[in-house]
Design a protein around this ligand. Structure first.
Ligand code: ZN
Length: 326
Protein backbone atom coordinates (compact mmCIF):
# COMPACT_ATOMS: atom_id res chain seq x y z
CA UNK A 1 0.00 0.00 0.00
CA UNK A 2 1.24 3.47 -0.88
CA UNK A 3 0.95 6.69 1.11
CA UNK A 4 -1.70 7.92 -1.38
CA UNK A 5 -3.89 4.86 -0.85
CA UNK A 6 -3.38 5.20 2.88
CA UNK A 7 -4.78 8.74 2.77
CA UNK A 8 -7.65 7.67 0.53
CA UNK A 9 -8.77 4.70 2.64
CA UNK A 10 -7.88 5.97 6.11
CA UNK A 11 -7.91 9.75 5.65
CA UNK A 12 -10.61 10.62 8.19
CA UNK A 13 -11.75 9.36 11.59
CA UNK A 14 -15.12 8.26 10.10
CA UNK A 15 -13.48 6.23 7.33
CA UNK A 16 -11.22 4.49 9.86
CA UNK A 17 -14.12 3.70 12.21
CA UNK A 18 -16.23 2.32 9.34
CA UNK A 19 -13.29 0.13 8.24
CA UNK A 20 -12.67 -1.19 11.75
CA UNK A 21 -16.38 -1.87 12.33
CA UNK A 22 -16.59 -3.92 9.15
CA UNK A 23 -13.40 -5.77 10.07
CA UNK A 24 -14.45 -6.53 13.65
CA UNK A 25 -18.16 -7.30 13.24
CA UNK A 26 -18.68 -7.55 9.48
CA UNK A 27 -22.44 -6.95 9.10
CA UNK A 28 -23.37 -8.33 12.52
CA UNK A 29 -22.49 -5.66 15.11
CA UNK A 30 -22.48 -6.89 18.69
CA UNK A 31 -21.89 -5.54 22.15
CA UNK A 32 -18.24 -5.56 23.22
CA UNK A 33 -19.24 -6.15 26.85
CA UNK A 34 -21.97 -8.84 26.73
CA UNK A 35 -21.82 -9.95 23.06
CA UNK A 36 -25.53 -9.23 22.65
CA UNK A 37 -26.60 -8.43 19.09
CA UNK A 38 -29.45 -6.25 20.31
CA UNK A 39 -27.47 -3.05 19.67
CA UNK A 40 -28.07 0.19 17.83
CA UNK A 41 -25.88 2.98 16.53
CA UNK A 42 -26.26 6.33 18.28
CA UNK A 43 -27.30 8.81 15.63
CA UNK A 44 -24.67 11.34 14.48
CA UNK A 45 -21.91 9.68 16.53
CA UNK A 46 -19.60 6.74 15.98
CA UNK A 47 -20.80 5.10 19.18
CA UNK A 48 -23.10 2.17 19.80
CA UNK A 49 -25.65 1.42 22.53
CA UNK A 50 -26.43 -2.06 23.85
CA UNK A 51 -30.08 -2.64 24.70
CA UNK A 52 -29.22 -5.65 26.83
CA UNK A 53 -26.54 -4.31 29.21
CA UNK A 54 -27.42 -0.63 28.55
CA UNK A 55 -23.79 0.34 27.96
CA UNK A 56 -22.34 2.63 25.30
CA UNK A 57 -19.17 1.82 23.39
CA UNK A 58 -17.25 2.36 20.18
CA UNK A 59 -15.51 -0.19 17.98
CA UNK A 60 -12.21 0.72 19.67
CA UNK A 61 -13.18 -0.66 23.10
CA UNK A 62 -11.25 -3.83 23.90
CA UNK A 63 -8.77 -3.38 21.03
CA UNK A 64 -5.35 -1.75 20.84
CA UNK A 65 -7.12 1.51 19.90
CA UNK A 66 -8.92 1.75 23.24
CA UNK A 67 -8.16 4.92 25.16
CA UNK A 68 -5.84 6.37 22.54
CA UNK A 69 -5.45 10.12 22.41
CA UNK A 70 -4.53 9.96 18.76
CA UNK A 71 -6.90 10.42 15.86
CA UNK A 72 -7.24 7.08 14.08
CA UNK A 73 -5.75 8.30 10.75
CA UNK A 74 -2.54 9.18 12.64
CA UNK A 75 -2.58 5.89 14.58
CA UNK A 76 -2.90 3.96 11.31
CA UNK A 77 -0.16 6.07 9.68
CA UNK A 78 2.15 5.05 12.54
CA UNK A 79 1.18 1.42 11.99
CA UNK A 80 2.02 1.86 8.30
CA UNK A 81 5.44 3.37 9.12
CA UNK A 82 6.23 0.55 11.57
CA UNK A 83 5.35 -2.39 9.34
CA UNK A 84 7.25 -0.88 6.44
CA UNK A 85 10.43 -0.32 8.43
CA UNK A 86 12.07 -3.72 8.09
CA UNK A 87 14.93 -2.72 10.37
CA UNK A 88 12.75 -0.94 12.95
CA UNK A 89 11.88 2.71 13.47
CA UNK A 90 12.32 4.71 16.65
CA UNK A 91 9.52 6.56 18.42
CA UNK A 92 11.42 9.83 17.93
CA UNK A 93 11.54 9.29 14.17
CA UNK A 94 7.81 8.53 14.15
CA UNK A 95 7.17 11.66 16.22
CA UNK A 96 9.11 13.72 13.65
CA UNK A 97 7.25 12.13 10.72
CA UNK A 98 3.74 12.48 12.09
CA UNK A 99 4.00 15.58 14.28
CA UNK A 100 2.88 13.84 17.48
CA UNK A 101 4.68 14.05 20.82
CA UNK A 102 7.43 11.52 21.55
CA UNK A 103 5.57 9.94 24.49
CA UNK A 104 2.41 9.53 22.41
CA UNK A 105 4.38 7.98 19.54
CA UNK A 106 6.13 5.60 21.96
CA UNK A 107 2.84 4.47 23.51
CA UNK A 108 1.27 3.99 20.09
CA UNK A 109 4.22 1.85 18.93
CA UNK A 110 3.93 -0.21 22.10
CA UNK A 111 0.23 -0.87 21.46
CA UNK A 112 0.98 -1.87 17.88
CA UNK A 113 3.66 -4.30 19.11
CA UNK A 114 1.02 -5.92 21.35
CA UNK A 115 -1.01 -6.68 18.22
CA UNK A 116 2.11 -8.24 16.69
CA UNK A 117 2.46 -10.88 19.42
CA UNK A 118 1.58 -14.35 18.18
CA UNK A 119 1.87 -16.99 20.87
CA UNK A 120 -0.30 -19.44 18.93
CA UNK A 121 2.37 -20.14 16.32
CA UNK A 122 3.34 -23.81 15.78
CA UNK A 123 6.14 -24.62 13.38
CA UNK A 124 6.89 -27.71 11.33
CA UNK A 125 8.90 -29.12 8.45
CA UNK A 126 12.60 -28.32 8.30
CA UNK A 127 13.08 -26.30 11.47
CA UNK A 128 16.18 -24.55 12.82
CA UNK A 129 16.58 -23.95 16.54
CA UNK A 130 19.24 -21.62 17.92
CA UNK A 131 20.07 -19.37 20.84
CA UNK A 132 21.45 -15.82 20.86
CA UNK A 133 22.10 -13.00 23.29
CA UNK A 134 20.81 -9.48 23.35
CA UNK A 135 22.94 -6.82 24.98
CA UNK A 136 25.45 -7.51 27.68
CA UNK A 137 27.64 -4.69 28.81
CA UNK A 138 31.33 -5.02 28.18
CA UNK A 139 32.92 -6.72 31.16
CA UNK A 140 34.88 -4.42 33.41
CA UNK A 141 38.55 -5.25 32.83
CA UNK A 142 40.37 -6.90 35.72
CA UNK A 143 43.12 -4.91 37.45
CA UNK A 144 45.77 -7.26 36.09
CA UNK A 145 44.44 -6.88 32.55
CA UNK A 146 44.48 -3.08 32.85
CA UNK A 147 48.03 -3.08 34.16
CA UNK A 148 49.08 -5.41 31.39
CA UNK A 149 47.54 -3.11 28.78
CA UNK A 150 49.18 -0.06 30.32
CA UNK A 151 52.53 -1.76 30.11
CA UNK A 152 52.01 -2.29 26.41
CA UNK A 153 50.90 -5.91 26.68
CA UNK A 154 48.09 -5.48 24.11
CA UNK A 155 44.51 -4.40 24.43
CA UNK A 156 42.22 -5.30 27.29
CA UNK A 157 39.95 -8.18 26.29
CA UNK A 158 36.42 -7.66 27.51
CA UNK A 159 33.71 -9.40 25.66
CA UNK A 160 30.03 -9.38 24.86
CA UNK A 161 27.80 -12.46 24.52
CA UNK A 162 28.52 -15.48 26.69
CA UNK A 163 30.40 -14.49 29.82
CA UNK A 164 29.31 -10.85 29.76
CA UNK A 165 27.01 -9.46 32.46
CA UNK A 166 23.42 -8.24 31.79
CA UNK A 167 23.03 -10.27 28.62
CA UNK A 168 19.63 -11.77 27.93
CA UNK A 169 19.49 -15.20 26.29
CA UNK A 170 16.84 -15.59 23.61
CA UNK A 171 15.87 -18.66 21.63
CA UNK A 172 14.71 -18.66 18.03
CA UNK A 173 12.85 -21.36 16.12
CA UNK A 174 12.46 -20.91 12.38
CA UNK A 175 11.11 -22.92 9.47
CA UNK A 176 13.43 -22.85 6.47
CA UNK A 177 11.63 -20.44 4.08
CA UNK A 178 8.84 -20.07 6.66
CA UNK A 179 7.97 -18.42 9.95
CA UNK A 180 9.98 -17.59 13.02
CA UNK A 181 9.22 -17.63 16.75
CA UNK A 182 11.51 -15.92 19.27
CA UNK A 183 11.36 -15.91 23.03
CA UNK A 184 13.40 -14.78 26.00
CA UNK A 185 14.56 -17.79 28.00
CA UNK A 186 15.51 -17.38 31.64
CA UNK A 187 18.13 -20.14 31.64
CA UNK A 188 19.55 -22.05 28.71
CA UNK A 189 19.02 -25.47 30.27
CA UNK A 190 18.17 -28.66 28.36
CA UNK A 191 14.86 -28.83 30.22
CA UNK A 192 13.78 -25.31 29.16
CA UNK A 193 14.91 -25.86 25.58
CA UNK A 194 13.05 -29.17 25.37
CA UNK A 195 9.87 -27.61 26.76
CA UNK A 196 10.06 -24.86 24.15
CA UNK A 197 10.64 -27.40 21.38
CA UNK A 198 7.57 -29.39 22.45
CA UNK A 199 5.33 -26.33 22.72
CA UNK A 200 6.34 -24.65 19.47
CA UNK A 201 7.29 -27.43 17.05
CA UNK A 202 5.10 -30.20 15.65
CA UNK A 203 7.70 -32.86 16.47
CA UNK A 204 5.87 -35.58 14.51
CA UNK A 205 6.21 -33.69 11.23
CA UNK A 206 9.60 -32.00 11.63
CA UNK A 207 13.34 -32.34 11.32
CA UNK A 208 15.15 -30.03 13.71
CA UNK A 209 18.60 -28.57 12.98
CA UNK A 210 20.75 -27.13 15.77
CA UNK A 211 24.38 -26.34 16.42
CA UNK A 212 26.46 -28.49 18.76
CA UNK A 213 25.41 -26.72 22.00
CA UNK A 214 25.01 -29.41 24.67
CA UNK A 215 21.58 -28.10 25.72
CA UNK A 216 20.13 -29.65 22.58
CA UNK A 217 21.29 -33.25 23.21
CA UNK A 218 17.88 -34.41 24.49
CA UNK A 219 16.13 -33.26 21.31
CA UNK A 220 17.02 -36.69 19.83
CA UNK A 221 14.49 -38.31 22.15
CA UNK A 222 11.45 -36.44 20.81
CA UNK A 223 12.23 -35.37 17.24
CA UNK A 224 14.45 -36.19 14.26
CA UNK A 225 17.42 -34.03 15.18
CA UNK A 226 20.46 -33.07 13.11
CA UNK A 227 23.41 -31.41 14.79
CA UNK A 228 25.58 -29.14 12.68
CA UNK A 229 29.10 -28.94 14.02
CA UNK A 230 30.56 -25.55 13.19
CA UNK A 231 34.01 -26.73 14.22
CA UNK A 232 34.12 -29.43 11.53
CA UNK A 233 32.48 -27.63 8.65
CA UNK A 234 29.62 -25.30 8.05
CA UNK A 235 26.62 -27.32 6.90
CA UNK A 236 25.83 -28.06 3.29
CA UNK A 237 22.46 -27.96 1.48
CA UNK A 238 19.64 -27.95 4.00
CA UNK A 239 22.01 -29.02 6.76
CA UNK A 240 22.60 -25.50 8.03
CA UNK A 241 21.32 -23.07 10.61
CA UNK A 242 21.67 -20.19 8.14
CA UNK A 243 18.00 -19.16 8.26
CA UNK A 244 18.07 -18.41 11.97
CA UNK A 245 21.50 -16.77 11.63
CA UNK A 246 19.92 -14.52 9.00
CA UNK A 247 17.10 -13.61 11.35
CA UNK A 248 19.53 -12.86 14.22
CA UNK A 249 21.35 -10.47 11.95
CA UNK A 250 18.13 -8.59 11.01
CA UNK A 251 17.15 -8.46 14.68
CA UNK A 252 20.51 -7.33 16.04
CA UNK A 253 21.23 -4.81 13.29
CA UNK A 254 17.65 -3.53 13.53
CA UNK A 255 17.93 -2.95 17.26
CA UNK A 256 21.36 -1.36 16.88
CA UNK A 257 20.26 0.89 14.02
CA UNK A 258 16.93 2.12 15.28
CA UNK A 259 16.65 2.12 19.04
CA UNK A 260 18.51 4.13 21.62
CA UNK A 261 17.87 1.82 24.54
CA UNK A 262 15.77 -1.26 25.27
CA UNK A 263 14.98 -2.55 28.76
CA UNK A 264 14.49 -6.21 29.56
CA UNK A 265 10.89 -5.35 30.48
CA UNK A 266 10.06 -4.29 26.93
CA UNK A 267 12.40 -6.62 25.02
CA UNK A 268 9.64 -9.24 24.38
CA UNK A 269 7.63 -6.60 22.52
CA UNK A 270 10.56 -5.73 20.26
CA UNK A 271 11.13 -9.43 19.58
CA UNK A 272 7.43 -9.70 18.64
CA UNK A 273 7.82 -6.75 16.26
CA UNK A 274 10.78 -8.22 14.41
CA UNK A 275 9.22 -11.71 14.25
CA UNK A 276 5.91 -10.33 13.02
CA UNK A 277 7.57 -8.36 10.23
CA UNK A 278 9.68 -11.37 9.24
CA UNK A 279 6.60 -13.60 9.17
CA UNK A 280 4.56 -11.19 7.07
CA UNK A 281 7.34 -10.35 4.64
CA UNK A 282 5.44 -11.93 1.72
CA UNK A 283 2.29 -9.88 2.26
CA UNK A 284 3.65 -6.61 0.77
CA UNK A 285 0.65 -4.42 -0.03
CA UNK A 286 -1.70 -6.48 2.15
CA UNK A 287 0.47 -6.08 5.24
CA UNK A 288 -1.52 -3.15 6.68
CA UNK A 289 -4.89 -4.91 6.21
CA UNK A 290 -3.48 -7.99 7.95
CA UNK A 291 -2.10 -5.85 10.78
CA UNK A 292 -5.48 -4.16 11.28
CA UNK A 293 -7.14 -7.59 11.48
CA UNK A 294 -4.86 -8.37 14.42
CA UNK A 295 -5.45 -4.94 15.91
CA UNK A 296 -9.20 -5.43 16.34
CA UNK A 297 -8.87 -8.88 17.89
CA UNK A 298 -9.88 -8.93 21.55
CA UNK A 299 -6.69 -10.71 22.57
CA UNK A 300 -4.46 -7.96 21.16
CA UNK A 301 -5.65 -5.58 23.85
CA UNK A 302 -2.87 -3.95 25.84
CA UNK A 303 -4.21 -5.27 29.14
CA UNK A 304 -3.33 -8.82 28.13
CA UNK A 305 0.36 -8.01 27.86
CA UNK A 306 1.51 -6.44 31.06
CA UNK A 307 5.25 -5.96 30.74
CA UNK A 308 7.12 -7.64 33.59
CA UNK A 309 10.34 -6.53 35.19
CA UNK A 310 12.25 -3.42 36.01
CA UNK A 311 12.30 -0.76 33.25
CA UNK A 312 15.72 0.38 34.48
CA UNK A 313 17.25 -2.98 33.63
CA UNK A 314 18.57 -1.89 30.25
CA UNK A 315 19.71 -4.74 28.03
CA UNK A 316 20.72 -2.60 25.10
CA UNK A 317 21.94 0.97 24.90
CA UNK A 318 23.15 2.66 21.76
CA UNK A 319 26.75 3.81 21.83
CA UNK A 320 27.21 7.55 21.79
CA UNK A 321 27.99 8.72 18.27
CA UNK A 322 31.31 10.45 17.90
CA UNK A 323 30.88 13.95 16.58
CA UNK A 324 32.39 14.38 13.15
CA UNK A 325 34.27 17.64 12.83
CA UNK A 326 34.38 18.87 9.28
ZN1 ZN B 1 -24.14 -5.37 26.14
Amino acid sequence: MSINLLNKDFGTQDKCIAYLEKLRWDKKPKCVFCESTNVKKRPKTMRWHCNTCKKDYSVMVGTIFEGTRLELPTFIQIMFLMINAKMGISASEIARNTGVKYQTAWMCCHKIRCAMINNELRLEGLVEFDEAYIGGKKRKPKKSEENNANLGGGSVTTKRGRGAPNKVPIVGVVEKKGKVYVKIIEKLTSRNLLALLKSKVNTEESIVFTDGFKGYTHFDEVVEHITIKHSESYGKGVKTVNTIEGFWSILKNGIKGSYRAISKKYLPFYLAEFSYKYNSRHLRKDALAEMLKNAVKDESCLLNYKPKGNPKEIVYRQKKQKKVVS
